[in-house]
Design a binder for this molecule. Structure first.
Ligand code: HPA
Length: 293
C-alpha cells in the first residue's frame, strides 16, 4: 500500500500553484537552485533587460518547507518572465540542508514542492570544494554524476503517491541517467558564453556542517571525485526518482581542506569568493531559462 504525501506538502503545492495563477504567470519552464555564494550575491541589477521580475514567494509561506537557516541562504523563490516568449524562470535563492537538522525528505521539499506543482526542468547549483589541484577557484564543474556520502536517502520510507494519485516513482530508481547529458551540455554552453571555465566530474555530497578533514579530502580525491559539498545529492535523488530533467554544476569556491595549506576554510570567505563568478552564473541561468520548456 502506497502512502500519500503529507497534507502540508499538498497544501504547499496548492499555495505554489495559486501564487502563479494570482500573479498571472505560467508554470516555470526552468527551476534553478542558487547555491551559497551565488544566491547571496544576486542583486536586481543583474536581471537582464528582456526579463521582468514577477514576484517572490517565501519558504515560510509554505507550511511544508522549513525556513532556511544557513547564512547566505535567504529561502525564497523569485519568478521572472521573459518579455517576448513569456517563458518563466524560477530562481530559488537558498536551499535546505541536512546539517540544519532536517530529515532527507524534508530537506528536498524546496525543490519537490515546485516539482509536484508541475515544473520539469531543474538546474542544481552549489558552491563546493575543489578536489583537483589543476581546477581554479572560480571555475565550474558540470556534475556528470554524484556520490551520496551522507549515509541517508530521501526515498527511505513507504512508497508515496503524488498529487495525481499515481506513484511518484519506482521503489528502486535507476540513477544511471539521473544527470541528463544533453541538458548538461545546454547548461555548459551558456556558462561558457557567460565567460566561465567548465570541467566535468563527480560531486561528492557529505552531511556537514564541519568541513572535511585533510585526510577525507585526500581520500575523496584519490577516488577521482571532482568536488565536495554539503547539498545537492538528496535533491538530485528525489528529482530523478520523480522523472525530472536534471542538470547541475559546482562553483569551485575553494580547494578542499588541506589542498591549499595557506588557506583557512571559512563560510564567509567562501561566500565572498563566489561573488565574481556568481554574476556570470546568473547571466547563464537566465539564458537557460529562455530556452527551457
Ligand atoms: N567542503 C564542503 N562544502 C563546501 C566546501 C568544502 O570545501 N566549500 C563550499 N562548500
Amino acid at each position: 500500500m502506497n502512502a500519500t504525501l503529507r497534507p502540508e506538502i499538498l497544501k504547499s503545492v496548492q499555495i505554489y500553484q495559486d501564487f502563479l495563477k494570482n500573479h498571472g504567470i505560467a508554470m516555470p519552464g526552468t527551476h534553478a537552485v542558487l547555491g551559497s555564494g551565488i544566491g547571496s550575491s544576486f542583486v536586481d541589477d543583474w536581471i537582464p533587460k528582456n526579463w521582468e521580475a514577477k514576484g517572490e514567494l517565501n519558504f515560510r509561506d509554505l507550511p511544508a518547507i522549513s525556513s532556511a537557516t544557513a547564512p547566505g541562504h535567504a529561502g525564497i523563490y523569485r519568478f521572472f518572465r521573459e518579455r517576448t516568449s513569456g517563458q518563466v524562470l524560477c530562481l530559488q535563492v537558498g536551499r535546505l540542508h541536512g546539517y540544519e537538522g532536517l530529515t532527507p525528505e524534508d530537506a528536498t521539499l524546496s525543490v519537490m514542492v515546485p516539482r509536484y506543482a508541475g515544473t520539469s526542468n531543474f538546474v542544481l547549483t552549489n558552491a563546493a570544494g575543489g578536489l583537483k589541484l589543476e581546477w581554479e577557484v572560480g571555475s565550474i564543474m558540470m556534475i556528470r554524476d554524484h556520490v551520496n556520502f551522507t549515509g541517508q536517502n530521501p526515498l527511505v520510507g513507504p512508497m508515496k503517491t503524488g498529487v495525481g494519485g499515481a506513484p511518484i516513482g519506482p521503489r528502486f530508481p535507476d540513477l544511471s541517467k539521473a544527470w541528463d547529458r544533453e541538458y548538461t551540455e545546454i547548461v555548459r554552453r551558456e556558462l561558457t558564453t557567460a565567460g566561465l571555465d567548465t570541467h566535468d566530474g563527480t560531486y561528492l555530497g557529505v552531511l556537514g556542517p564541519s568541513f572535511e578533514t585533510p585526510a577525507e579530502v585526500r581520500l575523496f580525491a584519490s577516488w577521482g571525485m571532482g568536488t565536495v559539498g554539503m547539498s545537492t545529492v538528496w535533491e538530485a535523488i528525489a528529482l530523478a526518482h520523480s522523472g525530472a530533467r536534471l542538470s547541475g554544476f559546482s562553483l569551485i569556491s575553494n580547494l578542499g581542506s588541506g589542498l591549499n595549506p595557506g588557506a583557512v576554510l571559512d563560510h564567509f570567505v567562501i561566500l565572498e569568493t563566489s561573488r565574481i563568478a556568481a554574476r556570470k552564473v546568473i547571466q547563464a541561468l537566465f539564458a537557460i531559462g529562455a530556452g527551457g520548456k
